[in-house]
Design a protein around this ligand. Structure first.
Ligand code: NAP
Length: 281
């Protein structure tokens, strides 16, 4: 009997991930004999471990903090958007050759479409926070025809650096940068219907990531964090349309699943497994 196809999540630490439940349910729904396991790898062992995974028969994997950058040195082929974003979260092992992709941008694209019915092409988006998640997703957005991005970050220099990279990659997209306290920011926000909260603020359940003055009625507010944060509660109370980060998590996984299996992912089965795994215990 053939051994099960092996997939996994590489990170350090990785014990809080719900990806095994989500992908496991997807494999079962399609009748695939496949496993998805957590693969904790200490940073100092990363370069040694990757060839071992290939030898052990892993057909693909996801990568999370802190390994998204270190993966590049091991790839035979890299998707151009992932290369530009300097971030690979999905690897597919095709006959021993490792192909790298970034699926977070697709995840955010589908999540915005599902929650608010909006498309990337021609759109204006505010990214509040310019860490790794924004770098990956904003690169996808400019690649897919976003007209304008407003980047806001506490450390404004990081927003400026990212804006430079995005302009070089997609000169037609207008990219502007602000510190949260910039006096010109309210005018820029007023012209953009959608805010994407992409800082880690709010995970503690207390802090508001974005001042309430920006939460005007009718605005779309998506928080990349997987649950209803104080920001989303305040935005909802102010009459905004709101969505948390679960659909983004789902669709980045859906894209990885489809890259590995070459089959349409059973989205609703994976969504239900993810929802169950995220229930507070
Ligand atoms: P990261 O690279 O560590 O970036 C963190 C960002 O948060 C930076 O912009 C940082 O600003 C900002 N920040 C941190 N503490 C802050 C504070 N006290 N006040 C203001 N800004 C603060 O993290 P990341 O990978 O981009 O992830 C960002 C968030 O997105 C996390 O909550 C993560 O869980 C979530 N995420 C969700 C998904 C999904 O599928 N839904 C996928 C990826 C990430 P500075 O530059 O000034 O430090």
């Amino acid at each position: 009997m053939a051994a099960p196809l092996k997939y996994g999540l590489l990170g350090w630490p990785v014990k809080h991930s719900v990806s095994p439940q989500m992908h496991g349910a997807g494999f079962r729904a399609l009748g695939l004999d496949a496993t998805y396991e957590l693969v904790p790898i200490e940073p100092e062992n990363f370069d040694l471990r990757i060839p071992q995974l290939v030898t052990e028969g892993f057909r693909g994997w996801n990568i999370t903090i802190p390994h998204k950058g270190a993966m590049f040195a091991h790839l035979d082929q890299v998707d151009p958007v992932a290369r530009q974003a300097e971030s690979v979260n999905t690897v597919c092992n095709r006959d021993g050759r490792l192909h790298g992709y970034s699926t977070d941008g697709y995840g955010l694209e589908r999540a915005l479409s599902e929650a608010f019915g909006i498309d990337i092409a021609g759109g204006t988006f505010i990214f509040w926070g310019t860490g790794g998640a924004t770098r990956a997703t904003a690169t996808h957005f400019v690649h897919h025809g976003a007209a304008r991005l407003v980047l806001v970050n506490r450390t404004v220099e990081k927003a400026v650096t990212l804006a430079g990279a995005l302009r070089e990659f997609a000169p037609k997209c207008e990219v502007s940068t602000y510190a949260p306290t910039d006096g010109l920011l309210p005018d820029a926000v007023a012209e953009a219907p959608t805010i994407i909260q992409a800082t880690s603020v709010g995970m503690d359940g207390e802090t508001l990531a974005i001042p309430t003055g920006f939460l005007t009625p009718g605005r779309n507010v998506m928080d990349m964090i997987y649950r209803k944060t104080p920001l989303l509660q305040a935005a909802e109370a102010a009459g905004c349309r709101v969505a948390d980060g679960r659909a983004m998590l789902l669709y980045q996984g859906v894209k990885s699943f489809e890259i590995w299996t070459d089959q349409a992912a059973p989205v609703e089965v994976m969504r239900q497994a993810l929802e169950e795994a995220l229930q507070p215990r």
